[in-house]
Design a protein around this ligand. Structure first.
Ligand code: FAD
Length: 451
């Protein structure tokens, strides 16, 4: 195969790319670029997580769905990921009275999102990057400064600062990106970060004494409590990782519970069926950190030799389980843009941000809305009736009526097209219902006349 020739900024050739951040998106991007024949340096501030274990305070597991799996399939990792995941076919809802309800994610109940270990997935991607010719991993390298015009990087290591240079620099260094900071203060760069008043904290439900799952392992469990909630996702070791999404301060908040007896009593009252399953509740609550929930909006994602990817470009809140899925899609899109622009990096990066930004904006909004759905609406009879009606329509009109949840989680329909499609479907369904009701009314009138 002829070697692909890349042109870059100012028509100079592009041979060497620096990817900053070897998280989920950075690793995948490094593999895709190296497969095109580029030399890729992947810089990561942490030590090799495969040797030192996961960082405390980062979410332990993730829900990976169609978009993430589609992206992983491009590098042959989808089956490996699925083999290490537990499918969750629906939501199990836990009331304050201890009663339990179930809502399947798809009309036929067979489709599932997949609970997978974040560190396990990151390790698979690191292995893949390490085995890909052209990728060089640099752990313990934290980006300090970057010149977007020249591609010169300064990185902090245990042995002091080192310098490097690259034709293109990709910032996949997460929500608080140092790469983004390097381009953020230039004229024309729009940036905002908005924090929810809620934070998150992880707790554990271990396996039962018999070594079994303490709850149904094929569900995502939710304890909806109005303005707050707890969720639990199953792990391969038969434990569940619970995540509290609570206000940071005020009544019913993280700050409101300090003493062991307060914590214990609160869970006994508000999470009565989970409380007996959590022997390390007080210890977990007191020691595990409270993480922040931030939405980052930035644009443009591209300046000179630099491009942003994943959370660095668009961190979103986790209530649709799409942050990583969306970040993986970014990688596939950037790779596709390189093909579509015949290896011209300037054109490819422009195309990449134009194609991805509307999608990132759309999922950011849907993720914020889904907090209200998960923590509150799922309890309402109206919501349950609407969900049942939607599932009915999906069964009767397969392919033509598809719920928003299914479009987000079980298809690769661009996020930006989803709300428009739902509106059109609902209009048609509404019109059909009106016709059906009209027909029914006519029939009743005829019957009444006959009677
Ligand atoms: P990250 O995964 O954050 O990786 C960034 C990497 O850059 C890290 O390895 C970091 O160490 C490194 N880095 C940072 N700064 C520097 C620097 N200066 N120099 C060098 N390296 C640096 N998404 C889903 O799809 N499904 C879910 O179910 C889901 N659940 C979530 C639950 C919670 C509580 C949270 C907070 C998020 C969740 N997400 C989920 C979102 C998901 O975690 C992120 O969207 C995803 O990790 C983004 O990948 P990334 O590679 O862009 O960034």
């Amino acid at each position: 195969m002829a070697e692909e020739v890349f042109t870059g900024i100012g028509g100079q050739p592009v041979r060497r790319v620096a990817v900053v951040g070897a998280g989920l998106a950075g690793c995948l991007m490094a593999v895709l670029l190296a497969r095109r024949g580029l030399e890729v340096d992947l810089y990561e501030r942490r030590s090799d997580p495969r040797l030192v274990g996961a960082e405390r305070g980062r979410s332990i597991n993730l829900a990976i769905s169609a978009r993430g799996l589609d992206a992983l399939s491009r590098v042959g990792l989808d089956e490996q990921a699925l083999a290490a995941a537990l499918p969750m076919h629906g939501r199990t809802l836990h009331g304050t009275d201890g009663k339990v309800g179930y809502q399947s994610y798809s009309a036929d109940g067979t489709r599932a999102i997949n609970s997978i270990s974040r560190s396990g997935l990151n390790a698979s991607l690191l292995d893949c990057a390490e085995q890909t010719p052209g990728v060089t991993l640099h752990f313990g390298h934290q980006l300090r400064t970057l010149d977007a015009r020249t591609g010169d990087l300064v990185l902090g290591t245990d042995d002091g600062e080192v310098t490097a240079t690259a034709d293109i620099v990709i910032g996949s260094d997460g929500a608080y990106s140092a790469v983004r900071r390097a381009i953020q203060f230039a004229e024309g760069f729009d940036f905002s970060q908005s924090f929810l008043p809620h934070g998150y904290k992880e707790l554990t439900i271990p396996p039962t004494a018999d070594g079994d799952f303490a709850l149904d392992e094929h569900s995502l469990h939710i304890w909806p409590r109005g303005s707050s909630m707890m969720i639990a996702l199953p792990n391969l070791d038969r434990s569940f990782t619970c995540t509290l999404f609570w206000p940071k301060t005020g009544a019913d908040s993280f700050a409101a519970l300090e003493r062991p007896d307060q914590i214990d009593a609160y869970f006994r009252t508000h999470y009565p069926d989970a409380h007996p399953l959590m022997p390390t509740l007080v210890e977990d609550f007191q020691h595990n950190p409270v993480g922040s929930l931030v939405t980052v909006r930035a644009y443009p994602w591209v300046r000179d030799r630099v491009a942003l990817l994943g959370d660095a470009a668009h961190a979103i809140v986790p209530f649709f389980g799409q942050g990583a899925n969306c970040s993986f899609e970014d990688c596939i899109e950037l790779d596709r843009c390189l093909t579509d622009s015949a290896g011209d990096w300037s054109a490819a990066l422009r195309l990449y941000q134009e194609r991805r930004k509307p999608n990132a904006d759309a999922i950011a909004e849907m993720a914020l809305e889904n907090f209200v759905e998960m923590s509150d609406k799922v309890n309402s009879k109206v919501f349950q009736a609407v969900t049942s009606t939607r599932h009915f329509l999906e069964r009767r009109l397969p392919e033509r009526y598809v719920s928003r949840y299914e479009l987000v989680s079980f298809t690769t329909t661009p996020y930006a097209q989803i709300n428009g499609r739902i509106r059109r479907q609902d209009t048609i369904a509404g019109a059909a219902a009106a016709v059906a009701l009209g027909g029914l009314a006519l029939g009743v009138r005829r019957l009444l006349r006959r009677g």
